[in-house]
Design a protein around this ligand. Structure first.
Ligand code: IPE
Length: 259
């Protein structure tokens, strides 16, 4: 079977997190082009997920959606977050279509069920068929129906934590706007494993703007957990042209590896 790679385009790369509802069209377009070029050179299966950035994070923090249903307005919040997340998804899917990829939207909120923010059920049969037909599934950070607290927010990392074992993916690429995970002096930490996690933990912060899913620390912790079952993750800079294409082709890129 061909290798399956899970790529996340971070919300901070594909949107301007400081300006509500602002997509970085030039960046999305270039990343879509890079993916298409890489796919032209090498055969691999791919899922491109993306974060919400300045689209759903606004409503999610206003309605505290990650806390669950807290009052009557929470239901309005669920609907608003879902709509805002889906709006950005259409923009991303459109860009991939324009660049020659058979991108197909996968809406987590209509299939994934969470319990206290962890995905506990999601029928992935449709995604498997998409992959075997060379389609490019595009899931995204979304709201979810939660059996314990009514609703929750699922980040793309949480989505990948569920999909990687379900689809037997062994490689994840997180595309951010810095060169990797940075230490306190701003240098890229080349490798993070259980051994040095405690040392680097203190340097990891959240991100700018309204972010309800916890920034870099949350990402690294989730990826470390996956590393326990043999999934290798990389954090690369998507603002450097050519980085994603090189990473997909297994070429050398400045990055942090989590293993
Ligand atoms: C956040 O998803 C989704 C919502 C707020 C609905 P992510 O956690 O994957 O997104 P970014 O990368 O932080 O924007």
């Amino acid at each position: 079977m061909d290798e399956l790679i899970l790529v996340k385009l971070g919300g901070s790369v594909i949107t301007d997190k400081k300006k509500p509802y602002t997509a970085r069209m030039d960046v999305i377009e270039r990343l879509a082009r890079e993916v298409h070029r890489a796919r032209g050179q090498k055969d691999f299966k791919l899922i491109v997920g993306h974060g919400g950035g300045s689209f759903p994070h606004q409503a999610a923090s206003k309605y505290q959606t990650q806390k669950g249903v807290v009052d009557e307005s929470s239901y309005e919040g669920i609907a608003m977050v879902q709509n805002d997340a889906a709006r950005l998804n259409r923009i991303v899917v459109d860009a991939f279509l324009r660049n020659g990829e058979r991108a197909i939207s996968v809406q987590p909120s209509s299939g994934a069920v969470t319990r206290n923010s962890k995905i506990v059920r999601w029928d992935t049969e449709a995604v498997k068929v998409m992959l075997s037909n060379r389609l490019l599934p595009v899931p995204y950070g979304d709201v979810a129906m939660d059996t314990a607290k009514g609703c929750s927010i699922i980040s793309t990392e949480e989505i990948f934590s569920y999909l990687a074992p379900a689809l037997r993916a062994k490689r994840i690429i997180l595309v951010g706007k810095v060169d990797g995970v940075l230490d306190s002096s701003g240098k890229v930490v080349p490798v993070i494993s259980r051994k040095n996690f405690c040392d680097v933990k203190g340097c990891l912060k959240g991100s700018d703007g309204a972010d309800v899913t916890g920034g870099m620390l949350h990402k690294v912790e989730m990826m470390l957990e996956l590393a326990g079952s043999g999934v290798r993750s990389e954090v690369i800079n998507g603002l450097v042209a050519g980085n994603l294409e090189r990473a997909l082709l297994g070429k050398d890129v400045l990055k942090t590896e989590i293993r």
